[in-house]
Ligand binder design. Structure first.
Ligand SMILES: C[S@@+](CC[C@H](N)C(=O)[O-])C[C@H]1O[C@@H](n2cnc3c(N)ncnc32)[C@H](O)[C@@H]1O
Length: 110
């Protein structure tokens, strides 16, 4: 692994919310993944829960992951097939995480 790739990997993991990792840079390097904290601020400022967030340049799906995490819906397009595949995987993970019951939900049921 080159130093540059190691640097990218460090940045990507630092930007990922807990439990979510985008594709490792070694497998599918993406030169410009967003900072998820920046995306969170934008999504919360400019949309409401239930709204559709559109990212026409979706890359590995960072905006979609945050949209789902914050109770929005997501529409994205991506030119590069490998990024699209990674985005689909990341979005599926985000949906599973968002719909998984927490211990607090369980406590309400019981
Ligand atoms: C700045 S990157 C997006 C990064 C993304 N926000 C992320 O965090 O993964 C821009 C993306 O736009 C895609 N792209 C460029 N031209 C496009 C087009 N005409 N239609 C769809 N996607 C395009 C590129 O393949 C690239 O993945």
């Amino acid at each position: 692994m080159t130093d540059y790739r190691a640097f990218l990997e460090t940045k990507r993991l630092a930007a990922a919310p807990s439990g979510f990792t985008a594709a490792p840079a070694t497998i599918n390097p993406h030169l410009c993944p967003f900072s998820l904290d920046l995306v969170r601020r934008c999504v919360e400022l400019w949309s409401n829960p239930g709204d559709v967030v559109l990212d026409p340049f979706a890359g590995v799906g960072s905006v979609g992951v945050v949209a789902i995490e914050r109770g929005r819906r997501f529409l994205g397009t991506e030119l590069k097939a490998s990024y699209f595949g990674t985005a689909a995987r990341n979005l599926r993970q985000a949906e599973a995480k968002a719909s998984a019951p927490t211990l607090f939900d369980m406590a309400r049921v019981g």
